[in-house]
Design a protein around this ligand. Structure first.
Ligand code: MG
Length: 379
């Protein structure tokens, strides 16, 4: 009957097709809306529980399993959809400190080009490299991503110049990895912190060369950080005219490759083949030594190059003076920081560092101008 009617009435044909499509869409919506509840009814498990179970089926025995996490400082009700590390990743992504990374220096101070790396794009490249390797090694990609996205949250404005300035002026010292932990434990959410799992905080705290992360995922981010910055800092240095590809020592590039793409590819493949089905994250001796050599070359020719670092003395001057003014007049800081001072939950030195380290490059310049540069007289 339907076919005959369609043959007889061409307009009805298109109308009926449209009607059936709409019905299908409504049905799909209804089904997905109830997916979580239905799945629990059918299998007796929530989506999170199914994902946790899937981890035990898919991941390497050396991976960190979400259901075996050492947990959070404050107990919380579990999410019905996301396992703990996935949830931590989302918390970091939605944090204010993460958004501020887009206006923080990676290597080149306030570069005038749109294509230089910032602390945010560096972070994303670390995450991308680490996730590629984690997937190949069947490690926990959510944990890797959470550690990678959080590892530089505590970085000062103006990169390592800013870090050096705070470290010199503050008698407590300053390290960006420890500050990253402070951001997620204390400073975010108006002093409540993000209450992340132990594994994510351990990976963030230990991401520097001197650190010893407890998980393979933490070790992978530690290595991926180096792989990322060595490759993208060369790319930016070439872009900035500080060096040419041909300047790089051939003893290293003959091993690693003669372009950023080739070197990144070589390093990532090397980590995967050397670490497959092993309880360690490894590189071959040959690639490791070449990578270390290239890193040393970067220190001598890029990080300490007077062209790239010509403005660093000004950064040191600015950060040092900001520190002194907040030590003398803490009332200039926002309420959250004053509350910490009044409650006695942190020292004045720590709070001044907290506030300055959280600034973006542009905000630090603006604040310095506000306090130390005379304003134009306006009628
Ligand atoms: Mg980093």
């Amino acid at each position: 009957l339907y076919n005959r009617r369609v043959r007889d009435f061409k307009v009805s044909d298109s109308f009926l097709t449209f009607f059936i499509k709409i019905c299908n869409m409504i049905l799909i919506r209804f089904q997905s809306g109830n997916a979580c509840r239905e799945m629990k009814e059918v299998t007796g498990m929530m989506i999170r529980e199914q994902l946790e179970l899937r981890e035990t089926e898919i991941l390497s025995p050396y991976a960190s399993f979400s259901r075996e996490s050492r947990g959070r400082e404050r107990e919380e009700e579990e999410c019905d959809i996301r396992p703990v590390f996935q949830r931590d990743r989302d918390r970091i992504l939605h944090s204010k400190a993460f958004r501020r990374l887009r206006q923080k220096t990676q290597v080149f101070l306030q570069p005038m080009g749109d294509h230089y790396r910032t602390r945010l794009t560096h972070t994303l490249e670390v995450s991308q490299n680490a996730r590629t390797i984690a997937k190949a090694l069947r490690l926990n990609e959510d944990l890797v991503e959470a550690i990678a996205l959080g590892h530089d949250l505590g970085h000062t404005p103006f990169g390592h110049a800013g870090e050096r300035a705070l470290n010199e002026v503050c008698e407590l010292g300053f390290k960006h990895n420890e500050q990253s932990v402070r951001v997620v434990e204390v400073l975010e959410k108006q002093g409540k912190g993000l209450n992340l799992t132990w594994e994510v905080r351990d990976g963030i705290r230990n991401h520097k060369s001197s650190g010893r992360p407890a998980t393979l995922e933490g070790k992978l981010v530690q290595l991926s950080d180096k792989i990322a910055y060595i490759n993208h800092d060369i790319d930016d240095a070439v872009r900035g005219g500080i060096l040419k590809e041909e300047d790089l020592p051939s003893e290293y590039t003959d091993i690693l490759g003669h372009s950023s793409k080739a070197r990144l590819n070589r390093m990532v493949h090397d980590v995967i083949t050397q670490s497959m089905d092993r309880p360690e994250i490894h590189m071959s001796d040959e690639v490791w030594k070449a990578m270390r050599g290239l890193r040393q070359y970067l220190f001598e020719h890029v990080y300490l190059n007077p062209v790239a670092k010509g403005e660093e003395a000004k950064v040191m001057h600015m950060i040092t003076n900001l520190y002194h003014i907040y030590m003398e007049k803490p009332e200039l800081m926002p309420e959250q920081f004053l509350n910490m001072l009044e409650n006695g939950t942190a020292s004045r030195e720590q709070i001044a560092c907290d506030y300055i380290a959280g600034m973006t490059d542009s905000y630090a310049v603006h604040t310095f101008e506000e306090y130390f540069i005379p304003k134009c007289w306006k009628n």
